[in-house]
Design a protein around this ligand. Structure first.
Ligand code: TRP
Length: 372
């Protein structure tokens, strides 16, 4: 029997079959050739490409072809600020910073405090507050000042609204229902909202009259929004935005779904102290056996191990070390405690660095945030 999973902008559950998702969403796998093109321009590889954390795209090949012919592109990504930032959120941002540096792009970063107010149990001012709090993590991920604008929807809506109206006029309720699964009990705020999320994809062209393409690096669950944006683009006289999509970093308690901000122990927050982070990693779900004796005899199961996946996707750059720990696990030569400690050290080192940059971002934030 097929295992069930769900991926949409408001829900990611179950063990995601990314191959199947590529077919369902109608996106393209990232080819070796395309990856090489990015890496060549960036003057180096990126772990997330090498390990397939970014795995699919829409029209990224078109963007690259046009770029080679002289057409620049801007970047657009965002965050739904419903709480503190965790490590899973950082993945598209770190990757966006890499692309920004490689291609010298301007970046538009949207904080959808409106969306979170409409869809989650979070107050409006609380969500706006998180826009500013989370922006510190965005800046700490390495975005360039002078080339990056970050905005809260609530505080920039006057600028966004003109674009959103242009989009909304061309999206029927029937399309929105088909794409997002809206029903008669959906609140009417969220029915308009897709026009708001589509808008930044057209900001460079509409606000600055630039003849550029737009690339959206994000997790795959946001793709439904870009289907809408791409549908209306020709009617607006705009290029269709392209996307480059990541998988989800699994939560610490198991491989089903993504890290959840509402389940504290499944995620490591960027502001967690070293002891808190260490404790969470040490309690992670692994592929270990019930007893040490059994593990030594039969070996562990790194395929299902969250610790292994975190090392694979984010924390172990060294291919050989990764392979060795995989083989040692399978052969029963190492125990889960050792791997967890190894990962915890890496996570704590990462947090220490990030927190320094985050602290520094408090002085820089005015150079990034714009509002009406
Ligand atoms: N809807 C996204 C979320 O809930 C936030 C978002 C807005 C976004 N614009 C984006 C994410 C562009 C990625 C790219 O997290």
């Amino acid at each position: 029997m097929q295992k069930k999973f769900t991926v949409n902008p408001w829900e990611v559950t179950g063990e995601v079959d990314y191959g199947k998702l590529i077919k369902e969403f109608g996106v393209q796998p990232l080819s070796k050739e395309l990856i090489e093109k990015i890496e060549k321009k960036a003057g180096g590889t990126h772990l997330y490409l090498r390990r397939g954390l970014f795995f699919s795209h829409r029209d990224f090949d078109v963007i690259m072809d046009e770029y080679e012919k002289g057409k620049e592109f801007v970047l657009y990504t965002g965050r739904g600020p419903s709480g503190r930032t965790h490590l899973g959120h950082l993945i598209p941002w770190i990757f966006t910073a890499y692309l920004q540096k490689a291609f010298g792009c301007k970046l538009y970063f949207q904080m959808t405090d409106d969306e979170k107010f409409l869809m989650r149990d979070v107050g409006l001012e609380e969500a706006v507050g998180y826009s500013y709090d989370n922006a510190l993590d965005v800046i700490a991920a390495g975005m360039e000042p002078g080339k990056t604008v970050i905005f809260s929807d609530v505080e920039y809506i006057k600028t966004i609204y003109r674009i959103a109206l242009d989009v909304a006029k061309r999206v029927t309720f029937s399309t929105a229902k088909a794409v997002f699964g809206f029903t008669n009990s959906s609140n009417i705020g969220i029915i308009f909202f897709p026009a708001v999320q589509a808008s930044p994809a057209f900001m460079a062209q509409m606000l600055e009259k630039r003849n550029v393409n737009c690339l959206i690096p994000c997790a795959i669950d946001q793709d439904p929004y870009w289907r809408i944006a791409r549908d209306v683009a020709p009617a607006l006289g705009m290029p269709k935005p392209a996307g480059i999509y990541s998988k989800f970093l699994p939560g610490l308690q198991g491989v089903g779904g993504k890290m959840s901000a509402s389940k504290e122990d499944t995620a490591i927050y960027t502001t967690d102290s070293a002891p808190v982070a260490r404790k969470k990693v040490m309690a992670a779900f692994t592929g270990g056996r019930a007893t040490v004796a059994e593990q030594k005899e039969k070996g562990g199961n790194p395929e299902v191990c969250v610790v292994h996946q975190w090392l694979y996707y984010m924390f172990e750059e060294n291919d050989e070390k990764l392979r060795n720990s995989f083989d040692d696990c399978k052969a029963g030569r190492i125990l889960c405690g050792e791997c967890k400690k190894y990962l915890a050290d890496k996570v704590c080192r990462f947090l220490e660095e990030h927190q320094k940059k985050r602290e520094n971002a408090k002085k820089e934030i005015d150079r990034f945030m714009v509002k009406d």
